[in-house]
Design a protein around this ligand. Structure first.
Ligand code: NBX
Length: 837
């Protein structure tokens, strides 16, 4: 940053609108190339230019960020802290150009010198600091918070290795270590001066203090240092620039020379390695829950660093912590950061001697909790011995919270011991566990689900006892996605077409897309709409060819399912449909069908055998179908490797049909469903998660619905579900299963897919067999509808036009109003002098 001595001692230059003109951008780009990277344009690589350019843009963000943080401090605003163990922000450069409003000018400037901006954007390694929907939601929410000018900090972990890169080898998933930091990360600012000590393990002792009060001392087994790395998060078309603050674990002393002299060199190095291990790697399992000690340590490390940071910031400007809850609202992104409820109590009670009741009142006012799953196997519960080993003091505090909580429960439900046992923070039905969802509920003033259906199910099943106890604490806030990244940035063609009709206000107010409805039947508009889709499909077809070698026809229907691999998401139901179509073509090679390209993408948790096997199944079916002359290119199957944010931005805009086919009651919300529909894809889906609301918004006539409802699923299971009966009674289903188990797709190997087939025939927890027939019927209808170009295009336009509700801006406004009680703060861009600081 250019700091120059002038009349006042220091002035940060160019903190005004003219920092976005081409001259100043060009000058900074050259300077960064020369003086930061030490390169001349003659020898600079694409990566060098990307880097110099990123630094040029970052400078503009920092100017806005400093203005923003100073305004927050001066106006003593309430700040939202989003606590999340995962973030999937995607590449930053393109998004920052968009939000600064300079994407078109930059793109043209590159074109003028014969360069394609996309090549430079492509250089960026995305931070894969999350598994899937939950981490991406956190990133969408940071974008909306900044765009809505809400003071906010995202707190998370700076994993050195994020989610693995996926390759497909011989049809199987191979995991490659993610190296997102290998070229240095120009977006982050390392703050070694913002660091906190985090204690782990050991034991606790109680001593009287000078006044005779009992004080607890925690004697940890080890202490790790958390260091801040900040990434600026700029809003769209505003000066608000918030921050994503990620913590890296380091050893307390970076190198212990004394130990070296004493001959303990390896111990000293060991200590460093053990400490740094804490934030080495993201756990690549979404669900089910796995009780690993290092993961508990990671969770606690995040919470302790974040809360210590908030307390430091608070005490910078306030005399004490008495009004802490008036200045901060913390959202817990699932239970991963739920230990922060206990950590805040410890910091207030043990470290600042605040009376328990006051501390508890503050804590409950500060926290609120979002639940993202109903799957019982995904709920976090830590074995007591493990918990005691890592966080001995926290366990004591949990016992005390629980004692007081259960006392109040007993008063409310006299004599109902089973109620108390069900609500308890400790599961004592067998081995003892700490139930993190219960801790989050008790320690929060608000609890929310992520779609209307999910919230209803939370209230009637997973958190039923809590709902009965505190109905006023429950809210639904249906998820949303940012229209900036997932339409304006990723689909420039559609954006230009929409803008030509209704202007660009929809980027900040997605309900404005409704104005497109009046053009839904306009032949010229329809024609342009189809041309845009076709161009996007061509682009994806090229990427598919480059990544997989498979040629696909852009005129065919692009029928896409991209999301984490999971049995409940039923990618294998999609495969049953492919085999059904294949068999039809084999029986009658002259059959007229709608040509389809069925595209899959998504990662499987490395230890999830069935999910990995489903990837192998998709690849194996693809191998047979794609080269069978009887099929004659009318059916193509593609597994697009390494589905991440960057690839997603190419995929959503090219979809005709979006597959959202989870078993009803299993997908909390889904957000891919929203991204597809926003880009004009029609959905084939079940009444699950946010599909229900998407269908309501777009109209049932513009949505291909199939499958059993939640109530029907419950009923079928209660009756004693027998999937084998469906196999026996449905001839087509039987042919599909028989072909699968004959070894036809496995070079004659009858064993390869046996686990899948047997699970379907004899277990079928996710009701594929029960939903098969209605799925096939709706797929047939989708295929027929696609041939009616006018009708399809109308439906597609109406899907986009009616997506207003699914903007993350709407979701964040609801959080602000109902849960956080925070308001926007307008940020003016001005020069800053050191005197002001
Ligand atoms: O959160 C997802 C849900 O499955 C989606 O339905 C929902 O739309 C999305 C956002 O609300 N959950 C999810 O992505 N979970 C994880 O990624 C996860 C990560 C780590 C972990 C457990 C779950 N230990």
């Amino acid at each position: 940053m250019a700091i120059e001595e002038k009349t006042t001692p220091f002035i940060i230059k160019e903190a005004s609108d003219n920092d976005l003109d081409m001259e100043s951008l060009g000058r900074d780009l050259n300077e960064n190339l020369f003086y930061y990277l030490g390169k001349s344009p003659l020898v600079a690589t694409l990566q060098d230019i990307y880097h110099a350019f990123a630094l040029t843009v970052r400078k503009r963000l920092l100017q806005r960020w400093i203005n923003t943080s100073m305004a927050y401090v001066k106006q003593k605003v309430k700040v939202v802290c989003y606590f999340s163990a995962e973030y999937l922000p995607g590449p930053h450069l393109g998004n920052n150009l968009l939000n600064l409003g300079i994407f078109p000018t930059i793109s043209q400037a590159f074109a003028r010198v014969g360069a394609n901006l996309d090549y430079f954007l492509d250089q960026e390694e995305e931070p894969g600091l999350g598994n899937g929907g939950l981490g991406r939601l956190a990133a969408c929410y940071l974008d909306s918070l900044a765009t809505l000018e809400i003071p906010a900090i995202g707190y998370g972990l700076r994993y050195e290795f994020g989610i693995f890169d996926q390759e497909i080898r011989d049809g199987w998933q191979a995991e490659i270590t993610d190296k997102w930091l290998q070229w240095d990360n120009p977006w982050e600012i390392h703050h070694p001066e913002i660091a906190y000590e985090v204690k782990l393990g050991g034991c606790c002792q109680t001593h009287p203090d000078r006044d005779g009060r009992l004080v607890v001392h925690w004697h940890p087994e080890r202490v790790v240092k958390g260091v801040a790395y900040d990434t600026p998060i700029l809003g769209y078309n505003v000066n608000t620039c918030n921050v994503l603050r990620l913590w890296k674990a380091e050893a307390i002393e970076s190198f212990d020379f004394q130990a070296f002299n004493k001959g303990d060199y390896y111990d000293a190095v060991d200590e460093k390695l053990v400490s740094e291990n804490l934030t080495k790697v993201l756990y690549p399992n979404d669900e089910p829950f796995e009780g690993k000690k290092l993961r508990l340590e990671q969770q606690y490390f995040l919470c302790s660093c974040a809360l210590q940071d908030m307390i430091r910031l608070h005490l910078h400007f306030a005399p004490n912590l008495g009004d802490f809850h008036e200045s901060w609202a913390v959202q817990l992104n699932d239970t991963h950061p739920a230990i922060s409820v206990v950590e805040l109590m410890r910091l207030l009670v043990d470290e600042r001697q605040i009376p328990w009741d006051q501390a508890w009142d503050t804590t409950r006012k500060v926290f609120s909790y979002t639940n993202h799953t109903l799957l019982p196997e995904a709920l976090e519960k830590w074995p007591l011995p493990l918990f005691a080993q890592v966080l001995p003091r926290h366990l004591e505090i949990i016992f005390e919270i629980n004692r007081r909580f259960l006392d109040s429960v007993r008063l409310r439900y006299p004599g109902d011991n089973s109620k108390a046992a069900r609500l308890s923070l400790i599961d004592e039905s067998g081995d003892r566990y700490v139930r993190m969802a219960h801790l989050a509920c008790v320690g929060s003033h608000a609890i929310n689900g992520v779609s209307a259906l999910h919230t209803e199910l939370l209230k009637s099943s997973t958190l039923q006892d809590f709902f009965e106890l505190w109905p006023e604490k429950f809210y639904n806030i249906t998820n949303g996605v940012t229209p900036r990244r997932f339409l304006a940035l990723s689909n420039p063609r559609l954006t230009a077409l929409i803008n030509s009709k209704i202007g660009s206000d929809w980027i900040k107010d997605l309900y404005k897309l409704r104005q497109l409805e009046e053009f839904a039947e306009d032949p010229d508009f329809q024609q342009s709409w189809r041309e845009v889709k076709l161009a996007n499909k061509r682009q994806l077809a090229n990427a598919i060819k480059a990544r997989t070698g498979i040629s696909v026809d852009p005129q065919s229907m692009f029928d896409i399912q991209v999301k984490r691999l999971h049995e409940y998401k039923r990618q294998h139901l999609n495969v049953l449909h492919i085999i059904t179509l294949y068999l039809r073509l084999k029986k009658d090679p002259t059959l007229e069908i709608t040509p389809r390209t069925i595209i899959f993408g998504g990662k499987a948790a490395p230890g999830y055998f069935m999910a990995r096997l489903i990837i192998k199944l998709i690849s194996s079916v693809a191998e047979v179908v794609n080269r069978d002359p009887d099929v004659n290119d009318r059916l193509k199957v593609v597994f697009f490797p390494n589905f991440n944010v960057k690839n997603a931005q190419k995929i959503y805009p090219a979809a005709d049909l979006s597959q959202q086919i989870s078993t009803a009651g299993k997908e909390a919300s889904g957000t891919g469903n929203m991204k597809f529909a926003l880009n004009g894809a029609l959905t084939i889906g079940t009444l699950d998660g946010a599909n229900v609301e998407i269908r309501e918004e777009v109209g049932p006539e513009n949505f291909f619905l199939f499958g059993h409802t939640v109530e029907e699923v419950q009923y079928i299971k209660a009756q004693g579900y027998n999937p084998y009966l469906y196999y026996q009674s449905n001839e087509h289903l039987r042919e599909v299963i028989d072909l699968l188990r004959s070894g036809f797709f496995a070079h004659g190997d009858r064993d390869l897919f046996r686990p899948l087939v047997e699970s379907l025939l004899y277990q079928d927890d996710y009701l594929l067999m029960a939903d098969y027939q209605s799925y096939i019927e709706r797929q047939d209808e989708a295929g027929m509808t696609f041939l009616d170009k006018k009708r399809w295009t109308r439906m597609s336009i109406l899907n986009t036009a009616r997506m207003g509700k699914f903007s993350s801006d709407r979701a964040i406004q609801e959080y602000c109003q109902h849960i956080w009680q925070v308001k926007p703060t307008f940020i003016e861009l001005q020069d800053i002098t050191l005197e002001q600081v």
